[in-house]
Design a protein around this ligand. Sequence first.
Ligand SMILES: Cc1cc2nc3c(=O)[nH]c(=O)nc-3n(C[C@H](O)[C@H](O)[C@H](O)COP(=O)(O)OP(=O)(O)OC[C@H]3O[C@@H](n4cnc5c(N)ncnc54)[C@H](O)[C@@H]3O)c2cc1C
Ligand code: FES
Ligand code: FES
Length: 460
Amino acid sequence: MEFVLNGRRVGVDAPPAGTTLLDFVRARGLTGAKEGCAEGECGACTVAMLVNEGTGSAFQVVNSCLMLLPMAAGREIYTVEALAEGGELTGAQRAMAAAGGSQCGYCTPGFVMSLFAEQYRPGRTGACDPLSMAGNLCRCTGYRPIGAAADALGAAPDDRFSERLTRPALPLEALVIAGFSRPRSVEECVAILAHAPETTIVAGGTDLGVEANLRHRRWPQVMSVEAVDELREFADGPEHVRIGAGLPLSRIGRVWRQAPAVVAEWLALFASPQIRNMATLGGNLATASPVGDAAPLLLALDATVQIAGPAEAGGSTSARRTVPLSSFFVEYRRGALREGEILVSVEIPKPLPEVVRFYKVAKRRLDDISTVAAAMAIDGSPARVSRARFAFGGVAATPLRVTDAEAAVEGRAWDEHAVARVQDVLDRTLTPLSDHRGSKEYRLAVAKSLVEKFWWEGRA
Ligand SMILES: Cc1cc2nc3c(=O)[nH]c(=O)nc-3n(C[C@H](O)[C@H](O)[C@H](O)COP(=O)(O)OP(=O)(O)OC[C@H]3O[C@@H](n4cnc5c(N)ncnc54)[C@H](O)[C@@H]3O)c2cc1C
Ligand code: FES
Ligand code: FES
């Protein structure tokens, strides 16, 4: 495999299973990117990857510790070593130094890469957004000077980086190397899964990368869906919104121009910029995690999922089926995907609900796993609710819609009594677990209080 690293083409012969992009760049002496946590939390390993944006491209930060090396094939990657030229620091580096944003320096290259990508973000105006560094942790400097560096950094100069962004990224080609394949179509994916059932699908790798690094999982065959165009499509039509299961979350935020406000609120609470730039809805739903954040929102929006799998007669073509998300989650960490199947897209019917909110309660406000997540939607008037949706994560073995609570509200007034009826149903039907994030009593209390919050916010 080959890819472009800091402007130079590099070739790799048969990368050993489990080698990450971070391992690779460090072994080549590019030691600016560091390993802090190896699980996508600290951002010390941040590098920039070129992706298409409009008619040109953009730098997009990713956690190199989570990217299996073959996923970089055909990509253009930049590490911190590429930024300074002839001893002259680039803007993000100068701003960090001037603001005193670095002490021990372990985290600094990661922060610099995030700030660099933000400064060159196409269409950006004014000062840089400090939240562009929300996926980077610093343990000694403190965030005030780091934030000040962002505040001090203005427009990107007219230089070699800006020039590069006027042209598209390299096209992602199909790839087959030992232990790794990257097909171009859903049909090819299904055929690979049929011929080699031991194959593991990788989309953004933000769950699988953690499994590889922390649990030392290795897979005999990995199939990347990153080059499957159909999985990366987005369509906002009159009947429904269709989102490819392999479209990175940050991209959903950019292409869904008419999205209800809740989508931006939900995205901001989902992990970090580095994770959102890789993570997909397909990966989130396929894990069937009870605390995955996509499920509650998509359940409240009545989403369905399209699945492709082997044709009945076992022929070479694939068959498709559609499953309402409300019946997708079968049991703890098991979804409705059968052997040889792949998630293709998520479809949200229109009209979208008139009022819809997403709430996430976690130990940290940003970049944390949910203790309880909830999405609620109401249609109709305060005097008569025509449709209600109450969906939760973290309160049972699977994400779920509480249909009894919805029935207790529909056709009646949306008032304090309705809130009490919903809370009563939650008391009877939710079965939260206790773990280090919260006791079952706490989770139930949080879920009930979120219903009340939803009602109060609807009145404002
Ligand atoms: C630091 C960090 C923070 C995180 N924060 C959050 C958070 O706030 N909220 C949250 O919900 N999650 C969070 N996650 C979990 C993770 O980012 C999400 O679950 C993400 O959506 C997974 O998508 P992916 O494309 O990276 O999946 P991958 O890691 O590529 O795959 C995950 C699983 O899904 C399967 N899969 C992937 N695509 C398909 C497909 N199209 N069809 C069938 N199977 C498929 C894979 O085989 C694998 O089993 C976090 C993870 C990290 C490391
Ligand atoms: S090493 Fe911490 S995010 Fe990669
Ligand atoms: S400067 Fe030491 S961890 Fe950030």
